[in-house]
Ligand binder design. Structure first.
Ligand code: MG
Length: 623
């Protein structure tokens, strides 16, 4: 064999084999676009709603496409109603650049793990050999003799549901609990201070007052993995003296994720989310007050001139209190080493950018609090979810503004991820360019009036809508469509209108809405029910796709009649971009059929415009 042809053969073998095994056919292609910001070691994730193998719970792995070769990438699938794939966009990706991956069957590559290990009293998160933090599920009793609190009151200070220690990458403890000056301070924790319930003040923060406290209730999950490790815990915010005695007012769920980035000598990245719901009969009123919410009590080794704050607006200990910021860094020095924690506020948060409580005294320790209640009273109504999202960046050195801004941009403007699913073997082909064998006219007794040419089916105006001969319940549907280029004087709902009626009940709108701020009747909307999260519409005349995950409403018999017990849920990708994420649809839309327990066809709408379709397939899912 000539050297040249051996080299070619070798090249093709490298292309065909990864880690000694044959490359599996991709189940989906996933593209990450950096957008306007350069990216470095950015955590990314995407729901796998359009990938039938993921919905069926198969093992999945991820590989990066590098020319003809494929490089396995550590990835982690978060199970749930819709599985979600997580991985790190490792290394650097310049602004405007993209990276392409393939999702394939098989176990994902596992690297250094972020571990969550539950002990008797705490859950500990570590990366490799380095400890990151402990969460306390057991009651931590208040220490005696450290503060001017009578022994009789000490049990009020018994506390759970907080983080301590938070270690730095160098191994220093960055949190403090039960400091003598504020015995109720507990590392990182999230109680409210001045609230009113049944007309009486309840303070969940100053536990020594005996009106309120926060307690760990249970774990919902713990996760170890090569992308992130963490936990979800439920916590009760308890009012101690209501008209019914002790009563849980808020049920809170913490979701804490520590990412496998940075490494032992560099930094930690932590996503923290608190979802709070009032479970009492009356609303909980949040009174205007200067603190309450996500709190951080820093190590007592950070004090006076060896400790300070820096906010995104350039404020410090001198002038920071009561100001608002996208982020705030708390930093200090231990044995000549400067380290810090940046708390990044999420743009989706209530009253973003949130006001902050910072301690202004130049001789003091560091305490930090994002506090929406500084801007006035607000209410938590029974049954409503309030979600608070933060990212924490634990770093070495004094705050590096450029680096914090980079991390802020990753958090606030994540890279765009698109997913293109490959048609799986088990799919039912609804249209592959040939015929209407899977279809029937909606009008009874009529014929299908649409035309097929060059592998494309096209609406013929005034001939009526068409629908599948089969009925469907839960499924994944892939559909490609194209709206006609309409004259400029044709406006709104007349611009290339069609739609996919799921079960003939819920319309996913097809319309030329290119470049618009989308309303709830535009292209990509669940018609008159919800606008798409982003406008992913292409120009008229260009082929587009919808990938739809549908979970039908659930019904039970009640007094001899079917009664809806769960609403339908819809996830949609338009052109690979997620535009509806597990949306609960509470009613039929527009001209849709009434909701009911029976499976029903997929209908393609004729709305007077020459909209085209191609490559339609569906995978029914088991309920
Ligand atoms: Mg329509």
């Amino acid at each position: 064999m000539h050297a040249r042809s051996s080299a070619l053969l070798l090249a093709s073998l490298v292309g065909l084999f990864v880690g000694g095994s044959a490359v599996a056919a991709p189940l989906a292609t996933i593209t990450v676009e950096a957008g306007q910001y350069a990216r470095t070691d950015t955590p990314v994730s995407v729901p796998l709603a359009s990938v039938p193998q993921a919905m069926a719970g198969q093992a999945l792995s991820l590989q990066e496409v590098r020319g003809a070769s494929r490089v396995a990438v550590p990835a982690q699938v978060e199970q749930g109603a819709t599985p979600r794939l997580h991985w790190i966009l490792s290394g650097t990706l310049a602004a405007g650049q993209k990276r392409v991956y393939e999702l394939v069957a098989g176990d994902a590559r596992v690297d250094r793990q972020v571990k969550a290990v539950k002990g008797d009293k705490t859950l500990e998160i570590s990366i490799g050999d380095a400890k990151v933090m402990q969460y306390h599920h057991a009651i931590s009793p208040a220490p005696k003799g450290v503060a001017k609190v009578p022994d009789a009151k000490l049990p009020l200070y018994d506390h759970s549901a907080f983080i301590h220690p938070l270690w730095s990458p160098k191994g220093n403890v960055l949190t403090d609990i039960n400091p003598p000056d504020h015995l109720h301070h507990m590392g990182i924790w999230m109680p409210w201070t001045h609230t009113t319930y049944e007309g009486k003040m309840v303070d969940f923060w100053n536990v020594g007052d005996g009106t309120g406290t926060v307690r760990f209730s249970k774990y919902l999950s713990t996760t170890s993995g090569s992308v992130y490790g963490g936990w979800q815990s439920e916590q009760d915010h308890v009012a101690l003296k209501t008209s019914k005695g002790e009563q849980t007012i808020l049920k809170e769920v913490w979701d804490v994720r520590v990412y496998n980035v940075g490494g032992p000598q560099k930094y930690w990245l932590v996503d923290f989310q608190s979802t709070q719901r009032c479970v009492a009969e009356q609303p909980l009123v949040q009174d205007e007050y200067r603190y309450g919410g996500l709190g951080y009590r820093a190590t007592r080794q950070w004090k006076g001139p060896e400790a300070d704050y820096l906010t995104s607006e350039g404020k410090t200990r001198k002038d920071g209190h009561g100001t608002r910021a996208r982020w705030c860094d708390c930093y200090g020095e231990i044995d000549g080493q400067w380290e810090g924690v940046t708390f990044l506020d999420n743009p989706k948060n209530f009253r973003f950018p949130e006001p902050m409580r910072l301690w202004p005294e130049p001789t003091n320790y560091l305490f930090f609090n994002f506090c929406p209640s500084q801007l006035g009273a607000w209410e938590m109504k029974p049954g409503e979810d309030h979600v608070f999202r933060y990212r924490w960046y634990v770093h070495e050195g004094k705050p590096d503004v450029a680096e914090i801004e980079r991390i802020w941009n990753d958090y606030a403007n994540p890279p765009q991820v698109t997913v293109e699913a490959v048609r799986p073997e088990q799919a039912i082909v609804l249209f592959d360019g040939k015929d209407f064998s899977q279809w029937q006219p909606e009008r009874k007794g009529g014929e299908i009036g649409w035309k097929i040419a060059d592998g494309v089916m096209q609406v013929v105006p005034k001939t009526g809508s068409i629908m599948t001969k089969r009925d469907f319940s839960d499924f994944i549907l892939h559909a490609e469509f194209k709206t006609p280029d309409m004259p400029a004087n044709v406006k709104g709902q007349g611009r290339g209108n069609s739609g996919i009626y799921i079960q003939r009940r819920y319309e996913l709108q097809i319309l030329d809405s290119y470049g618009l701020v989308p309303k709830n009747n535009d292209g990509g909307s669940i018609y008159t029910f919800k606008a798409p999260d982003t406008n992913a519409c292409k120009k008229p005349g260009e082929w587009q796709s919808y990938d739809i995950l549908f979970r039908a409403a659930r019904w039970a018999q009640k007094d001899g009649q079917p009664a809806k017990i769960q609403n339908a849920r819809i996830t949609v990708f338009q052109n690979g971009v997620l535009i509806h994420d597990n949306v609960e649809v509470t009613r039929k839309t527009g001209a849709g059929q009434q909701e009911g327990p029976k499976p029903a066809p997929i209908l393609l709408q004729e709305h007077g415009n020459e909209v085209s379709f191609r490559n339609l397939w569906i995978v029914p899912l088991e309920g």
